[in-house]
Write a protein that binds this ligand. Structure first.
Ligand code: 5GP
Ligand code: MG
Ligand code: MG
Length: 200
């Protein structure tokens, strides 16, 4: 990683910018094949998915549209409550549309499960999900995800759109922070972080 004032808070790089770029290109080939002859509506979930949507959309060599939604699933902590509020709604009428929700990460799955049902109830012809990252250990609900980049360990990750308290979104890599970045002690570190795994 390039040296920066925030890199001193990084404990481990889970996915490099290059690994992310390569995987997004692979997902784009799958999506192009599945949506051939249609014009999907990519729905980016703000703010974390901004980088994924921006790179995925430019990689996709098909006709598409983009729209954005902001939802809030967390109270104050880092644990999903399952209570979802729409903070910014779509501008697009979904009737008959092929919707592809694009997310940064699925943790409990509660947010996406709610969102998928919400978009289906608006008359979309199809609603599929693409996520760059998934934490398989944490899934609480069974939500079908068609396109998945990587499985990551049960650690709080930041970078490539993902934040901690609005910081670190601009990192090109996906990383795990040191405990000291959360106000803890770095003496707590016991061993290396498990690697991320491409989902095949
Ligand atoms: P879920 O409803 O699946 O539990 O929560 C999904 C949302 O929680 C993600 O879109 C993301 O905003 C946030 N989130 C879950 N895990 C992480 C993580 O490890 N790092 C960051 N920065 N956000 C996370
Ligand atoms: Mg998100
Ligand atoms: Mg966040």
């Amino acid at each position: 990683m390039r040296a920066s004032v925030i890199s001193e808070n990084v404990r481990e790089v889970l996915l490099t910018a290059e690994q992310i770029k390569d995987r997004i290109a692979e997902l784009a080939r799958d999506i192009e094949r599945d949506y051939e002859g249609r014009k999907p509506l990519l729905i980016g979930v703000l703010k974390g998915a901004v980088m994924v949507v921006s790179d995925l959309a430019r990689e996709l060599q098909i006709d598409l549209e983009m729209d954005w939604m902001a939802v809030s699933s967390y109270g104050s902590g880092t644990v999903s409550s399952g209570v979802v509020r729409i903070l910014k709604d779509l501008d697009t009428d979904l009737s008959g549309r092929d919707v592809l929700i694009v997310e940064d990460i699925i943790d409990s799955g509660l947010t996406l499960s709610w969102l998928k049902q919400n978009l289906e109830s608006r008359g979309a012809a199809s609603v599929q999900i693409c996520t760059l990252l998934r934490k398989p250990e944490r899934l609480k609900v069974d939500v079908p995800v068609r396109y998945i980049g990587f499985d990551v360990p049960n650690e709080f990750v930041v970078g490539y759109g993902l934040d901690h308290d609005e910081r670190y979104r601009n990192l090109s890599d996906v990383v795990v922070l040191k405990p000291s970045a959360f106000g803890g002690s770095d003496d707590e570190i016991s061993g290396p972080v498990e690697p991320a795994r491409k989902v095949v």
